[in-house]
Design a protein around this ligand. Structure first.
Ligand code: UDX
Length: 423
């Protein structure tokens, strides 16, 4: 099939590259000339395991990037993969969705073949039908006879996005028009994954609900972890016993410093804002977010319990990325921890295998080291904020600290003297 992907960001680049990988002819429409050049020369502007290999194989063969919307005319499918960042009140800002809808409509003006326009960006239920569809139809001057609308959410985890695309546990296709949904299902046919067909708004809601449930599962584990800590019980032993119940499942029960990243905090806030706008007060979602906000402060409180006021002390922060295997620091739990420590007058020294340069943009005043040993030397306390696997082999490095007080926000260390935030 001929496919156009609007947006060469994280989701668009992974989606476009993988669609080319399974045999489609793909054009990624991206306004940033740097990204266009990188994609066309087979280089990934983001770090994602397996992506560069796939891009190299397909760039200039079945995959192209360009700044204009020309490829939309003649495409069987157009995927909208633009950002939906949070507005000040937590609701999803749809301005990129609107401008993509208008540009797609303009590009489809006067064209002949049937085209399926697919929202892949995470959007509030109702957006595809009430925002995308009218904009595309108006700008193109066409009717639902020649353009179909579909919502097809992504479930890509950073660091595992190519694997998640190629081996999805389900493909959700929401459409009101059977024909448009069939075209999208046919595009995914090489993946041989279970396909769930729904209405458009239901598909939009599936994405929000999945992320809200996973975020709640983590906050639930953190609440149980906080209680377990008071009782002197290891929450990881508890969750091992709990997770074997197939109704619960063993994944996403890891208690710790809370969830970060580009999806969970933003999507739960957007769903909350949407619910409130419709007169519904979402108690559980509010609690999931509140617990998540509180966990980082508990890290600092536990540290102060051990070493007293942090003012004037040297505190090592190990791990800045929101999770392992990425340089992404969006909503990383390290950010509120560092902010609070700085406000309290501590000196911060930090180490992360990949994310230091990104964190430097937010906190230029702290000292970044190229190794854990460097950051730990002379430190009065250490907070571990990311589940980097290599942290599990740290041992003698902690002997370099002035005072060996180590607090784990992620269950990852194997050294002896340490204390967990909820264990
Ligand atoms: C998530 C969803 O998993 C994915 O399906 C969606 O499309 C985008 O959002 P991602 O943000 O890449 O993916 O990260 P994920 O691996 O889900 O982890 C999110 C956060 O939760 C991380 O900060 C991680 O440290 C934390 N986490 C995860 C826990 O604290 N405990 C857990 O048990 C699992």
């Amino acid at each position: 099939m001929k496919i156009a992907v609007v947006g060469g960001g994280y989701v668009g680049l992974v989606t476009g590259t993988c669609l080319a990988g399974i045999g489609h002819t793909v054009t990624i429409i991206e306004i940033d000339p740097e990204k266009v050049r990188a994609i066309n020369t087979g280089k990934t502007p983001i770090f994602e395991p397996g992506l560069e290999d796939l891009l190299k194989k397909n760039a200039s063969v079945r995959l192209h990037a360009e700044p204009g919307y020309g490829a939309v005319a003649g495409a069987d499918i157009v995927f909208i993969c633009v950002g939906t960042p949070p507005a000040a009140d937590g609701s999803a800002d749809l301005s990129f969705i609107r401008s993509a809808g208008m540009s797609i409509g303009n590009a489809l003006k006067g064209t002949e073949p049937y085209c399926a326009v697919v929202t892949k960006s995470t959007v509030p239920p109702g957006t595809t039908e009430n925002v995308v569809q009218p904009l595309v139809l108006k700008a193109s001057g066409k009717t639902l006879q020649s353009i179909g609308f579909v919502m097809n959410p992504e479930f890509l985890r950073e660091g595992r996005a190519v694997e998640d695309f190629m081996h999805p546990d389900r493909i959700v296709i929401g459409s009101s028009d059977r024909k448009a949904g069939d075209i999208v299902a046919a595009a995914y046919q090489p993946l041989a994954a279970p396909v769930i067909r729904t209405g458009i708004a239901a598909a939009e809601m599936i994405k929000y609900t999945s992320n809200a449930f996973l975020a709640t599962k983590i906050s639930f584990s953190n609440e149980i972890g906080n209680i377990c800590k008071r009782l002197g019980i290891d929450v990881y032993e508890v969750m091992k016993g709990v997770g074997l119940d197939p109704r619960i499942g063993p994944l996403f029960l890891n208690a710790g410093a809370g969830f970060g990243g580009s999806c969970f905090p933003k999507d739960v806030a957007a769903l909350t804002a949407l619910a409130k706008e419709r007169g519904e007060e979402p108690l559980l979602l509010a609690a999931a977010l509140a617990i998540n906000e509180r966990q980082p402060h508990r890290m600092v409180a536990l540290l102060e319990e051990k070493i007293g006021p942090v003012s004037g002390k040297r505190i090592a922060v190990l791990g800045l990325a929101f999770k392992d295997n990425t340089d992404d620091i969006r909503d990383s739990r390290a950010i509120p921890v560092i902010r609070e420590l700085l406000e309290k007058g501590a000196g911060i020294v930090a180490f992360d295998p990949m994310a230091s340069e990104n964190m430097r943009r937010i906190f230029p005043e702290i000292e970044y080291f190229p190794s854990a040993a460097g950051a730990l030397t002379g430190a009065d306390g250490c907070l571990v904020m990311t589940e980097w696997p290599e942290f599990s082999s740290l041992d003698r490095e902690f002997d370099l600290m002035a005072h060996k007080v180590i607090i784990e926000g992620r269950r990852i260390l194997s050294c002896k003297e340490k204390e967990g935030i909820c264990w």
